[in-house]
Unconditional design. Structure first.
Length: 624
């Protein structure tokens, strides 16, 4: 019923009572019935309505008294009227007090409805007597549907222990806390953090049980997901074949901040300038955890046997750690490098590593990923050895093709020695002997002998399996020596060699024999490419400066050029267009040039010859 309906009912009842009291011959305290009017007015839950009903009832009682009895009869009627007034007054005051109490209880109940926790009150026997709004939203039952139902049956409660044990604890201590599992109206299971409080009256009798439930289903699911994630990543950490190290760099950060404080807050540009910092830093970086792959890498069986700082695993000559510190100071997010770790037995193992640095507000934990490259190093050494063997084989093959030229080169000084010796003998036998001419002939014999010796030594060095030498080389002399090696071969093929060497070229650094091999190979290839060419056969060898730090050697021929589809594969190993070729010459040439820090390229227009260009760094970059 609405407030207006209660008002109308109270007014009609008051009118009936007034008519009966004022007009009927009934002798009695009829006005006492106005108490019912006050009670009906109190149903509106408004204090003003109660006061209006009480004051109105008092007024009607007095008016009815004067209408019925006037002022003459003040004995029994007056007493009945007084009793009615007293009853109405008391009823009004009690209604106002009851309303105040009801308002207080309503406000308390409203507070329970404002909380996000599910709260309900039940009797000791289990029937629900109060059900807040949060319980309605989460469980799905309205208050009217839940009240009067047994909580355990309605919610299908599952306890972490025996139900009697829970009840015993509640009765003994007045409280119980634990984790429950209940079901909503739709059948969805939820996990709850539950707290029970026992309510007793003044006599200690149990009035009910207040249950407060917090839904921790999502929190439990998140915790379970976190546990699964931790297990998954731990499995990845332990099972990966890449070494993983967790390090604490907070000590490094504190040391840098302390040094900055001593310098007025100014951070140092390069930490390597701080005396003794690097040695301290190696001991400040603590190793927190390592995976089995890293332990195997350094020859340690158990984590318990592992040392606690990186100073114990880095070689004393390591420079990568200093570079990593510099990257950390610059604020780089990561650093990659190559170093050697000290195994348990003292041997060194080469590794590649990558460090992920923490953010400024992180706890200082750093992850280091380490890859053992011992096999790669061995494979690289084997590859270098194979390349050396192939280069040696190519030199021997080249020697077979240049046998005639070598014989010519050696034969020339030997014949000159014989000729000059015979001339000297003739001048000596003359009468009188011409000693000046004899001296001249002997001088020429000595010079030609030295020339033959140099040629033999050069050929022996060319064929010798020796490590590459890094010498400062005069470029014009190097070109002339290479041309001399193939001059006779090119003369037989009727190929002209024309040199154009720029004056004042800087020296280059490298292995003389290897450079000779490259130039000889390129010139021989050019000569063979023009073997069937009907036009002019010429090779132009040009040397010039290229910028401040490089020199360029171009070997250009007038042959038929290189087909377009061959240009892309020309430097591939085992690719050849010769019937008896190995396909290794140009591949070795490019590898040799790149090993000396240079580059080898080719340009060709079909029918207009080909040009190979070597670009080499000078021995002193930037100097004239």
């Amino acid at each position: 019923m609405t407030r207006g309906m209660y008002g109308v009912a109270a007014a009609l009842l008051a009118l009936c009572i007034f008519l009966i009291d004022a007009l009927s011959p009934i002798e009695g305290a009829v006005a006492v019935l106005y108490v019912l009017v006050v009670l009906i007015a109190s149903m509106t839950s408004r204090r003003g309505d109660i006061l209006i009903a009480g004051v109105g009832a008092l007024a009607l009682t007095i008016i009815a008294y004067f209408i019925s009895h006037g002022l003459d009869n003040v004995a029994s009627p007056a007493l009945r009227a007084f009793v009615s007034v007293a009853a109405i007054t008391i009823a009004t005051l009690l209604a106002i007090q009851n309303q105040a109490s009801t308002h207080a209880l309503a406000e308390q109940a409203n507070l329970l409805n404002l909380t996000h926790d599910m709260i309900f009150v039940r009797k000791h026997s289990g029937e629900i007597t109060f059900w807040n709004h949060a319980a309605e939203e989460v469980y799905g039952w309205s208050s009217s549907e839940a009240i009067g139902r047994k909580a355990d049956e309605l919610l299908e409660t599952r306890y972490p222990e025996d139900r009697d044990t829970v009840e015993t604890t509640l009765m003994r201590t007045g409280r119980w806390e634990g984790t429950l599992e209940q079901r909503t109206r739709s059948g969805v299971p939820i996990v709850l953090d539950s707290r029970w409080s026992l309510q007793r009256d003044r006599l200690g009798q149990v009035m009910g049980v207040l249950e407060t439930h917090t839904n921790i289903t999502e929190r439990n699911a998140a915790h379970a997901a976190l546990v699964r994630s931790e297990r998954r990543y731990r499995h990845m950490f332990d099972s990966t074949r890449i070494g993983v190290v967790q390090e604490d760099w907070s000590g490094i950060r504190e040391e840098l901040e302390r040094h900055a404080a001593l310098n007025g807050g100014r951070r140092v540009g390069h930490v390597s300038t701080i005396p003794g910092f690097m040695a301290r830093a190696r001991r400040l970086v603590r190793i927190l955890d390592v995976n089995p792959a890293f332990l195997e890498m350094i020859g340690v069986e158990k984590t318990e046997n592992f040392t606690q700082t990186i100073d114990d695993v880095l070689d004393t000559g390591d420079i990568s750690f200093a570079e990593a510190i510099e990257a950390f100071v610059r604020g780089d997010p990561f650093y990659e490098g190559e170093t050697e770790l000290v195994r348990a037995g003292g041997s060194l193992v080469p590794v590649l590593f990558a460090i992920t640095f923490p953010a400024i507000d992180d706890d200082g934990n750093v992850l280091v990923f380490v890859v053992d490259i011992s096999e790669r190093k061995q494979a690289q050494d084997a590859l270098n050895l194979a390349q050396s063997e192939l280069a040696h084989a190519a030199r021997v093959a080249t020697l077979g093709e240049l046998t005639a030229s070598i014989a010519h080169e050696v034969n020339q000084p030997l014949m000159a020695v014989v000729t000059n010796g015979e001339a000297g003998m003739r001048w000596l036998r003359r009468n009188p002997p011409d000693l000046h001419e004899v001296e001249t002939a002997i001088t020429r014999v000595i010079a030609e002998g030295r020339r033959a010796s140099d040629i033999v030594k050069r050929i022996r060095d060319f064929l010798k399996k020796a490590p590459a030498k890094q010498d400062e080389l005069c470029l014009p002399a190097l070109i002339e020596e290479a041309v001399a090696l193939v001059e006779h071969e090119l003369e037989r093929a009727k190929v002209d060699v024309l040199l154009e060497v720029q004056g004042g070229l800087p020296r280059i650094r490298g292995d003389r024999i290897q450079f000779q091999q490259v130039l000889v190979n390129l010139m021989v290839n050019a000569g063979q490419a023009m073997a069937d060419h009907p036009g002019r056969r010429a090779i132009f060898v040009e040397a010039s400066r290229l910028g401040k730090d490089e020199v360029a050697i171009a070997i250009r021929d007038t042959g038929p050029g290189i087909p377009e589809d061959h240009l892309q594969r020309l430097f591939d190993p085992f690719f050849t267009t010769k019937q008896n070729g190995m396909g290794m010459g140009l591949a070795i040439c490019r590898t040799t040039v790149e090993a000396h820090g240079g580059r080898l390229t080719v340009e060709s227009t079909p029918g207009d010859g080909a040009t190979f260009q070597l670009v080499l760094p000078t021995s002193q970059p930037g100097l004239p």
